[in-house]
Ligand binder design. Structure first.
Ligand code: DAK
Length: 253
């Protein structure tokens, strides 16, 4: 499948999705988000892909493309497709890591929030400047940010629109810091690609669910999901390998 605004490379079970509109600091236009949507449909069913990294060369993404939004009516704004795509990324049954350099702003930061883990370079700059445009984050930002860093810091970021350093974002627990975020993300993705895929997928579902349901319901869901790992060959292989004092080789079955 060919794309205009993103690139995808798959190597050793890891798909690297690169945002590629460098002249606009990777601002997310509608077509770019549609391409991400298609790409994540394919990554979901591609058994050779075990983990995904989203990145951009100099910048992650400086937000949604403002020129696409100048004349939107409220109805058109509602139809704008970001939230469906970002939900799809959040629900991908494989780990997704954002490797952030440069700007991750507005819709770009919302994209990063839909990922499981965010790794940022010390030079990265993050924020939700939407308030300065007379709008506010509308692709999951007001929901995912407070769940991740708490309502007080989330409100400070969203109300002020201030762009913060990666150091401050790390203090908030919004990102992990690394000198070379892509390298670090690839190392982590490689580690995750060797784990039991079904167990990893179920753990992700349980953790994501924790943000939405009360704890007792979450624990009930966890119990069912956990028991279902005993229907996998990988559970047998993992435990057999332990008793035989060797490294487990998982097949995703
Ligand atoms: N949109 C369009 N173009 C952008 C852009 C953006 N968000 N960010 C940067 N660019 C473009 C600039 O216009 C410029 O293009 P040319 O003039 O060269 O043609 C080029 O990228 C380089 O930018 P600058 O010349 O401005 O570079 P600087 O280093 O001076 O400044 C900056 C970097 C990141 C501080 C600045 O570019 C900036 O403030 N950019 C805008 C940041 C921003 O406000 N981001 C939030 C956008 S609003 C939705 C839900 C949510 C959203 C959308 C829909 N639905 C529910 C449907 C999300 C909304 C947003 O993200």
């Amino acid at each position: 499948m060919s794309y205009e605004f993103i690139d995808i490379k798959v190597e050793d079970g890891i798909a690297v999705v690169s945002l590629n509109r460098p002249k606009a600091l990777n601002a997310l236009n509608k077509d770019m988000v549609l391409e991400l949507d298609r790409a994540f449909d394919e990554l979901a069913v591609d058994a050779s892909v075990k983990a995904v990294v989203i990145t951009g060369e100099k910048n992650f993404a400086a937000g949604a493309d403002i020129s696409n939004m100048l004349t939107l009516s409220p109805e058109e704004a509602k139809e704008f497709s970001f939230r469906h795509t970002f939900n799809k990324i959040e629900d991908l049954p494989k780990p997704v890591i954002a490797a952030i350099s440069g700007f991750a702003l507005g819709g770009g930061l919302e994209l990063a929030l839909a990922c499981d883990i965010r790794i940022a370079a010390p030079n990265a700059k993050l924020g939700f400047p939407e308030i300065n445009l007379g709008i506010f984050p509308g692709a999951g930002g007001t929901q995912r940010l407070p769940r991740l860093i708490g309502p007080s810091w989330a409100k400070e970021m969203i109300y002020t629109g201030d762009i913060i350093t990666a150091g401050k974002a790390a203090e908030y627990g919004l990102v992990d810091l690394a000198e070379s975020p892509l390298e670090e993300a690839l190392t982590l993705a490689g580690k995750l690609a060797a784990k039991a895929p079904v167990a990893l997928k179920l753990a992700k579902q349980c953790i994501n669910l924790a943000a939405d349901v009360d704890q007792k319901k979450g624990i009930e869901f966890e119990a069912v999901a956990w028991a279902s790992t005993f229907a996998t060959e990988d559970q047998r292989e993992g435990m057999k390998a332990f008793t035989e004092k060797r490294k487990a080789v998982f097949k995703g079955k």
